[in-house]
Design a binder for this molecule. Structure first.
Ligand code: ADP
Ligand code: C5P
Ligand code: MG
Length: 210
């Protein structure tokens, strides 16, 4: 057997802030036995180690400004999480690669070690994205984790959301376009309700042999 067949399979999950990546990843993980790794969640966990993390302050500053953290930090967290999910072979990498630095860092460090399957792209109008982020944690949905007190995220406010949308348009969209040019994007209409979006997602994974 070549080592190729033993490589972990990775699906990148991209889309604007609030498009529903985390919500759909939870459902995919449940239905298709993928391990869900959110780059944003890993960065928030690293930040919350407070003084024990040398990166906490830098991560918080980047999040508040809607900026993308240098890939060395994010890719290390992803690699560590993949290694610690022992025996897991299927990974959803949610919210990554978000810019050219993310993509270059991944290619340097990880691309030869895994078998990237496709990019799952949640296509969503930015007004809908902003509305969902501002409601996150208020509607009992997943992906927020704050009950009725809001998401508790320091970046789910209008001022930061404007910056996140700008970063998405200027830095993330070119990455999605790059993968599109390589024929690697599976585009999902993220505007309908959660179940209707998942119907499209499910069809996509089944058609890809999962
Ligand atoms: P992302 O991970 O892309 O930022 P989330 O999955 O956290 O997005 O979703 C953002 C907010 O929108 C959450 O409160 C979630 O419950 C809600 N949400 C997710 N998908 C939908 C949908 N299809 N329709 C309406 N609300 C949604
Ligand atoms: O994906 P999520 O909405 O959780 O990301 C929140 C923030 O985490 C981003 O706005 C960004 O500041 C940071 N992030 C990052 N690099 C990534 C993913 C998230 O810097 N690849
Ligand atoms: Mg998310």
């Amino acid at each position: 057997m070549s080592s190729f067949v033993n490589k972990a399979k990775v699906v990148f999950v991209l889309g604007g802030p609030g498009a529903g990546k985390g919500t759909q990843c939870a459902k995919i993980a449940d239905r298709f036995r993928f391990t869900h790794l959110s780059a944003g969640e890993l960065l928030r966990a690293e930040r919350s180690r407070g003084p024990y993390s040398q990166y906490g302050t830098m991560i918080e500053q980047h999040m508040r400004e809607g900026k993308i953290v240098p890939v060395e930090v994010t890719c290390s967290l992803l690699e560590r999480a993949m290694k610690s999910s022992s025996g897991q072979r299927l990974f959803l990498i949610d919210g990554f690669p978000r810019n050219q630095d993310n993509l270059d860092g991944w290619n340097r460090r990880m691309s030869a070690k895994v078998d990237m399957q496709f990019v799952l792209f949640f296509d969503c109008h930015e007004d809908v994205c902003v509305h969902r982020c501002l409601k996150r944690g208020h509607n009992g949905g997943s992906g927020g984790g704050g009950g009725c007190i809001g998401s508790g995220r320091s970046d789910d406010n209008l001022a930061t959301l404007r910056k996140r949308i700008q970063t998405y348009n200027e830095n993330s969209m070119p990455i999605i376009k790059y993968f599109e040019g390589a024929g690697q994007v599976k585009k999902i209409d993220a505007a309908p309700n959660v179940e209707q979006v998942f119907t499209q997602v499910e069809r996509t994974f089944l058609a890809s042999g999962f």
